[in-house]
Design a protein around this ligand. Structure first.
Ligand code: BTN
Length: 259
């Protein structure tokens, strides 16, 4: 595959001095690699793209699989940079928002950081941080299905970007999203999530829907607050969900006994 590494570098390096772009045919996980490098003291801004991950990771300890046949069918990359935001809360929402805004009006966000098309997942975001001396290094990992992978064993059936962008290729998608993404992250660092609440609301797939949380809470999702916490109206009042450890899903028809 031919990657527009130079064009991405030209677009992004004015925003991020010292920025480099690295494309690897294979690695265990782009997030794992950048976290390893950070722990070894390497904290220069970098975009690491892998054509194949052998141990891709998702949120909550889940796998993000991309097998050999998947080459070109998924886009997997991580952006690593030092960041000192006024407040970290809402970063993953700001990242997801930038990605959907860059790509297609029909894409929606499923709190806290999935990209959905209809009721199917197209992309996931995994954000990790490491303390390096006085600095905090953040690794923003994004996996985007260009073509929907095999749905076997998945609770949420996946979708692919080509359903709304016919013929699109992983390198075009990467070039398209990188500059606005870095800008959005830098704006977030200064302003926090609050200015993005309305824009998030316009893409919020859960808004107004019955949701069930992994901690047993059930209620109606009512958007997010200025810190990016999900607001859930329950019989006992409004609950704010901000824990990254909680997963939330819309109550589906046929959900007899939600857990
Ligand atoms: C999720 O849906 O739970 C998050 C998925 C994040 C996957 C991306 S692919 C690039 C980066 N490297 C990883 O191992 N994970 C992220």
């Amino acid at each position: 595959m031919i990657w527009p590494a130079e064009a991405i570098w030209e677009a992004v390096s004015p925003l991020l001095p010292g920025f480099t772009v690295e494309i690897l045919p294979e690695i265990d996980s782009t997030n794992t690699e950048l976290m390893r490098r950070a722990r070894a003291g390497q904290i220069e801004p970098v975009l690491l793209v892998a054509e194949r991950q052998t141990a891709g990771r998702g949120r909550l300890g889940r796998d993000w699989s991309s097998d050999a046949e998947a080459q070109g069918r998924t886009l997997t990359f991580s952006l690593g940079l030092v960041l000192a935001p006024v407040d970290w809360s809402g970063l993953s929402l700001a990242v997801g928002l930038s990605v959907v805004q860059s790509l297609h009006p029909q894409l929606r966000l499923k709190w806290p950081n999935d990209v959905w098309l209809g009721d199917r997942k197209v992309a996931g975001i995994l954000i990790e941080t490491a303390s390096v001396g006085q600095d905090r290094y953040v690794v923003i990992g994004i996996g985007i299905n260009i073509v929907a992978p095999d749905a076997e064993g998945m609770r949420t059936p996946p979708a692919g970007l080509r359903e709304v962008l016919p013929g699109v290729q992983a390198p075009d998608v990467l070039l398209h999203i990188m500059h606005p993404l870095v800008q959005a992250i830098q704006r977030f660092a200064v302003q926090g999530f609050a200015p993005l609440v309305a824009a998030y609301g316009a893409r919020d797939v859960l808004a107004g829907r019955e949701v069930v949380c992994s901690d047993g809470l059930i209620g109606a999702a009512r958007g997010v607050d200025a810190s990016g916490a999900l607001l859930v109206h329950t019989a006992a009042g409004v609950k704010k969900i901000s824990s990254a450890e909680v997963s939330v899903r819309p109550v589906a028809l046929g959900d007899v006994q939600p857990r």
